[in-house]
Structures are given as structure tokens and as C-alpha cells.
Design a protein around this ligand. Structure first.
Ligand code: FES
Length: 109
């Protein structure tokens, strides 16, 4: 008796449609690709990826965690440290920034 197989002949589905978006995080001259999970900040994503990004207050007050989003965008929950010009230039507080989708963030700029 044969049973239909659900896996042997089906091509692997590309995971770009439903898979997690990726954050490319640049720090100390290295770039790490990390999966974005809903509700996680860029700081959390970087730390879970094994990186050691700078941070202090984790409340959006000090600016220690500042990095520049060079591709894509992220939305800060709180911003009590960056001025409008810095935000317009792409800088974000990674402890407060939730990615809007795939993005690249650079701590070295
Ligand atoms: S760690 Fe202080 S603003 Fe992010």
C-alpha cells in the first residue's frame, strides 16, 4: 500500500515569502544576519545573535545604543535622546527600535 508523500517530491518552498525577515547588523567591522522576531528591538536581535552592542539605560534616554539604519526602517517606541536631525539621518535608538521589515543597521557609523 502506498501513501501519498507530502515531502519527497514537493520542491522546497522559498522562505522569502513567509520566513522571518532578516536584520543585517554591522558592529566592529563585522556583519551578522539575524532573524527578526515580532516585537523584538534591534538591540535584542543583535544580542541574541551573539553580538555585544553598546547599551546602558535600555529606556530610550541615554543614546548609548545609537546606530544608523542604512537600509529599511525601524520604529522607535521611545526617543528621549536623539534630535530630529539625527533621526532624519537614519540614526535610531536600538534599545527602542522595532524593525518595520528587513533592514541593515550599522553601529560603526
Ligand atoms: S540604551 Fe539608553 S537609549 Fe538605548
Amino acid at each position: 500500500m502506498t501513501r501519498p508523500s507530502s515531502g519527497s517530491t514537493a520542491p522546497a518552498a522559498p522562505d522569502t515569502a513567509n520566513g522571518p525577515a532578516t536584520a543585517l547588523i554591522q558592529l566592529d567591522g563585522k556583519t551578522v544576519a539575524a532573524a527578526i522576531r515580532p516585537g523584538e528591538t534591534l538591540l535584542e536581535i543583535a544580542r541574541l545573535a551573539g553580538m555585544a552592542p553598546p547599551f546602558s539605560c535600555e529606556a530610550g534616554n541615554c543614546g548609548t545604543c545609537m546606530a544608523k539604519v542604512t537600509e529599511g526602517s525601524a520604529t522607535m517606541r521611545v526617543n528621549d535622546a536623539l534630535d530630529d536631525d539625527e533621526v532624519a539621518d537614519g540614526y535610531t535608538l536600538t534599545c527602542q527600535a522595532i524593525p518595520d521589515g528587513p533592514l541593515t543597521v550599522n553601529y560603526d557609523e
